[in-house]
Design a protein. Structure first.
Lengths: 484, 497
């Protein structure tokens, strides 16, 4: 039993508990931020120290410690750090429960870290629930009618998704008699195609798994919760949901489908095709419905549905490619990293602006270019990155993930995807236009706190770096993708 | 390693843009001077590169001033720059226009900091397109150009500027979407992003997944929208008309040439056989471009819109020259790109001055201005005459080469008929140019224009620069054609013609 391999998670859990306890005794709540950040740094330090080692299993093969899991753990910790930094202004408005807010963010991060490492169906389910339950509470944190409605909606639909997921897991277990992903794969590979096809249980199980995980990544048609929850949740939590929760969903899909259903080839072609179709519909619908939105958080909600579509191009590629080919997977990892930075950057700018305006309507952003030139510039950069234009990260991410898809007979999907990018330019640029062209409603400057500025500069710097010299991160993504 | 001339030329403007954007408290005067200095150094360096460019016959097809660094190892992309006879004239064209548009924008008072920052960024992206030898780098520069263009048209434009700007963006992105699909297919087929390696490898080594012709057309759509080719031209009149003067100059002068350059550099060089197969269709489109563009121009009553439509007609000659696929015709097409850049740049600049000084752009309401503003009238007339191809101007040399080259081209059968049809375009051009000059400058003088100011000193400087270049290339075209030939002859070798 190698408990030291579990130290990143253990230390994060410990810090989360310390934050809750500390909240009871101290008056200056600023320390909560410091302790939470310390927890993230310590956990990330331990995770970083393990990077590059050979992959190992702990807890009787329930969790894996490999580069893939570590890549995601570092990604989640980075996202959590930026979210906490950008929450400082927002949370200081709460009279109570500040400690719980930070602790819940840390706990849901812990859940996601477990999701990235889990190699066994029950563990996957538990990790998923730890993440989700923390998030249900965080979404309702504002306690106004919209936030409560969002939380309830998220909870109900999330519960349905969990039930569907469990049903899928039960079918897979019933068919193979195993819950460990590697063992499931062995059982499937020893069966003849006739046996596999004779019973619909396996295929049905896989479809239900896709449905259950599809809820997490906001894939069509399991996206219904997205616009309302994004609009109602506290904005930092919306940011967190839109990147971390989605990344965790993709992490788990990658691992489950690669480890358990990667072979035989005809099976992976089947689910690859399902993902390809979901991707095509998802990005088209997300982009088209985003066009008439007037609330920027809702608009970004639909945009995240479309982005999930682009990401699923990577999943489809994984299905179409032979298992040894890492390009689809590394493309997906790189896309997730650049999407995380981009969307966080956009949301952090929105947090700063909405702190001042108390409004999320796009029309109220009029004249932001004059009132807050740097915030507007940062938001512009992030929106350009979401369109997928240089010199931002989104451009490289799309190029990378699409180039992998073209290599595996998915040119048709890539053509749909690039045309979708054109459609998306329309609504992203509308926000840009309002900011730089509209007349400001007042001359008042928009203030932003130091923590928020640090978070925003970090994410914008990341967006630019990944857009201009992405080589290093692509190398990391390749390493992570090659080692399960 | 020698001094990285091309990197310096390409990135000097953007360095200027960053300084202008982020140094707080710069006055409008300082911003304009900074912009002028950075673009002038870039121009001077590019002229120096032209001077020391090896023009001997042995240099045919050789890439000079090459810079190559590993950029993204994961996808085998390089930071790879270089110029040959094809790209060098266009590089000079852009640095030349880049400096002059700063002068043309001297009277901009609305948000000058942002304006000049975007203008300089635009210059960098266009220069990058002409120098990139790596497909990803090429595409990156190609895409960057859209953003400054969008801002420049929406904020500083006139008329239906927001509509025109978004129309431009959507058209361009639509084209580049297909281009991206084409580039990815090429990358998959060859495993390389280097234009040179792909062209040298030839089609035989391709692991073809989709028909090679499909990749050719994916790329062509992107370039055809930019050039523009009928029926993908409808963004052009709107964007040109509503853009601020300096941006119209860059747009018509250099940006359209990205399309023609891309066609020669990628479509013809990488797919010579496909180009031969489909040349007849493209030549028909070229003739439609020339005649339809010219016919529509005849009906325009707005000064800028008239010049904008004339570009469509003139770009038809470029398309004709390229897909006649002969040595002379392609040299002519390249020269026409340079010449049209300078001439139309001058025409837009002069239209801007007339509009600024008189406050009027409707041709029916202008008239008799030759008495009030003689200098502008003379320069505008010279520009107009160059545009209709008067001998001793660059317009004549370029169009003559295109027609002679196309008529005698042996690769496409029946091209003589199309060439003769295209020559008719020259007649129509003479019609609308002379009509425009007459409407604006001749006829009885109108009283309301009595106080109108003539060109000031800065305007005279750039007018002189434009005319000097037009005349220089018109009287001694070999200064450019000798260089262009070095770039074209290896391509013609590929075509076996």
């Amino acid at each position: 039993m190698n408990l030291e391999l579990f130290i990143p998670e253990l230390s994060l859990a410990a810090f989360a508990l310390v934050v809750i306890l500390l909240d009871l005794v101290i008056q200056r709540k600023g320390w909560l931020v410091v302790v939470s950040m310390a927890g993230i740094v310590v956990s990330a330090g331990f995770a970083l120290a393990m990077w590059g080692g050979s992959s190992q299993a702990i807890f009787n093969n329930m969790l894996a410690v490999d580069n893939f899991a570590l890549f995601f753990k570092l990604l989640f910790l980075g996202i959590a750090a930026l979210v906490i930094l950008s929450s400082v202004d927002y949370v200081s408005k709460f009279a109570r429960f500040q400690g719980e807010y930070y602790a819940l963010v840390l706990l849901s991060t812990l859940g996601m870290m477990l999701m990235a490492a889990a190699t066994e169906l029950i563990t996957i389910y538990i990790a998923l629930e730890l993440t989700s339950i923390s998030l249900y509470i965080l979404v309702g944190f504002l306690k106004d009618s919209k936030s409560t409605e969002a939380s309830l909606k998220y909870l109900l639909l999330g519960a349905v998704a969990s039930a569907v997921l469990l049903y899928g897991m039960a079918l897979v277990f019933g068919f193979t008699g195993k819950t460990q992903l590697g063992e499931i794969a062995q059982v499937i590979q020893t069966m003849s195609p006739q046996t596999l096809l004779a019973s619909p249980a396996l295929i049905l199980g896989i479809v239900l798994l896709i449905a259950g995980f599809g809820f997490k990544i906001a894939a069509i048609p399991f996206h219904m919760w997205v616009p309302d929850v994004y609009e109602g949740a506290p904005t930092p939590i919306t940011a967190y949901l839109s990147v971390a929760s989605k990344a965790a969903g993709f992490a788990i899909i990658l691992r489950v489908f690669y480890s358990a259903f990667g072979l035989p080839q005809w099976l992976s072609l089947d689910w690859g095709m399902i993902f390809a179709v979901l991707a095509a519909i998802g990005m088209t619908l997300g982009n088209v419905v985003a066009i008439p939105q007037t609330n920027i958080k809702r608009m970004l909600g639909y945009s995240s549905i479309a982005q999930a579509g682009y990401l699923m191009v990577g999943l489809a590629t994984m299905g179409f490619a032979p298992t040894a080919d890492i390009l689809g997977r590394s493309g997906l990892l790189f896309f997730l990293a650049s999407y995380a930075l981009t969307n966080l950057g956009a949301f952090i700018a929105i947090i700063a602006i909405s702190n001042k305006l108390d409004s999320d309507l796009i029309q109220d952003y009029s004249g932001m270019g004059k009132r807050a030139p740097l915030l507007a510039l940062a938001l512009t950069l992030c929106l350009i990155s979401l369109i997928g234009m240089p010199p931002a990260a989104g451009f490289m991410a799309k190029f990378y993930i699409f180039s992998a898809a073209v290599q595996h007979n998915l040119l048709w999907l890539v053509v749909i995807a690039v045309i979708n990018s054109v459609i998306s330019a329309y609504y992203y640029l509308r926000v840009v236009k309002v900011m730089w062209l509209g007349e400001p409603a007042s001359e008042e400057k928009v203030p932003s706190s130091g923590a928020l500025r640090v978070a925003l500069s970090l994410s914008c710097l990341g967006v630019l770096l990944l857009g201009v010299i992405p080589g290093f991160v692509m190398r990391l993504a390749e390493l992570a993708a090659s080692m399960f | 390693m020698s001094f990285p001339y091309l990197t310096a030329i390409i990135f000097l403007p953007v360095v200027g843009a960053i300084l202008i954007a982020f140094i707080p408290g710069l006055s409008s005067r300082v911003i304009k001077r900074l912009a002028a200095i950075f673009t002038f150094v870039s121009l001077a360096l590019s002229v120096f590169v032209f001077a020391i460019f090896d023009k001997s016959l042995g240099a045919a097809g050789v890439i000079q001033f090459e810079e190559k660094l590993s950029w993204i190892p994961a996808i085998n992309a390089h930071y790879h720059l270089g110029v040959d006879g094809l790209s060098l004239p266009l590089l000079i064209l852009m640095t030349f226009l880049g400096f002059l548009v700063v002068l043309i924008s001297w009277k901009i008072d609305l948000r000058p900091r942002e304006y000049f920052a975007w203008l300089l960024l635009l210059e960098t992206s266009i220069l990058g397109v002409f120098c990139s030898l790596d497909l990803l780098l090429f595409f990156l520069f190609w895409e960057i150009e859209v953003i400054p263009m969008y801002f420049l048209i929406t904020i500083w434009g006139t008329g239906r500027r927001e509509y025109s700007a978004i129309k431009y963006v959507v058209y361009t992105l639509f084209g580049s979407a297909f281009m991206l699909a084409g580039i990815l297919s090429l990358y998959f087929a060859t495993g390389s992003l280097s234009m040179l390696e792909i062209a040298q490898g030839g089609l035989e080594s391709f692991r073809v997944v989709i028909p090679v012709a499909a990749i050719f057309f994916f790329l062509l759509i992107g370039f055809a929208i930019k050039l523009p080719v009928f029926p993908l031209h409808t963004w052009l009149p709107d964007a040109h008309t509503d853009a601020p003067t300096a941006v119209s100059v860059v747009l018509a002068g250099a940006l359209l040439k990205m399309g023609g350059y891309g066609m020669i550099r990628l479509c013809v060089t990488i797919f010579p056989e496909v180009a031969k197969t489909y040349a007849p269709i493209l030549i028909v489109l070229a003739v439609v471009n020339v005649l339809y563009g010219a016919a529509v121009t005849l009906r325009q009553t707005d000064l800028k819109r008239l010049i904008a439509y004339s570009s469509i007609s003139h770009m038809g000659y470029v398309l004709l020259g390229i897909f006649a696929l002969g040595q002379v015709s392609m040299v002519g097409a390249s020269l026409q790109m340079f010449s049209h850049g300078v001439i139309t740049g001058l025409l837009f600049a002069m239209a801007g001055v007339v509009m600024h000084n008189t406050g009027e752009r409707d041709l029916r309401k202008l008239g008799g201005l030759v008495r009030q503003i003689p200098i502008i009238a003379v320069v505008f007339s010279v520009g107009g005459l160059a545009s209709l191809g008067l001998p001793t101007t660059s317009g004549f040399a370029a169009e003559f080469l295109v027609f002679v080259g196309s008529f005698s081209s042996t690769i496409v059968s029946g091209i003589q008929v199309y060439t003769i049809l295209a020559v008719l375009g020259v007649v129509i051009t003479a019609g609308y140019i002379l009509w425009m000059l007459q409407q604006v400058f001749y006829g009885p003088a109108l009283e309301q224009y009595n106080g109108v100011k003539d060109a000031d000193i800065i305007e005279r400087v750039y007018m002189f620069a434009f005319i000097a270049v037009i005349m220089l290339v018109g009287i001694y075209p070999a200064i450019l054609t000798d260089v262009i030939k070095l770039g074209i002859s290896p391509i013609v070798g590929l075509l076996g013609g």
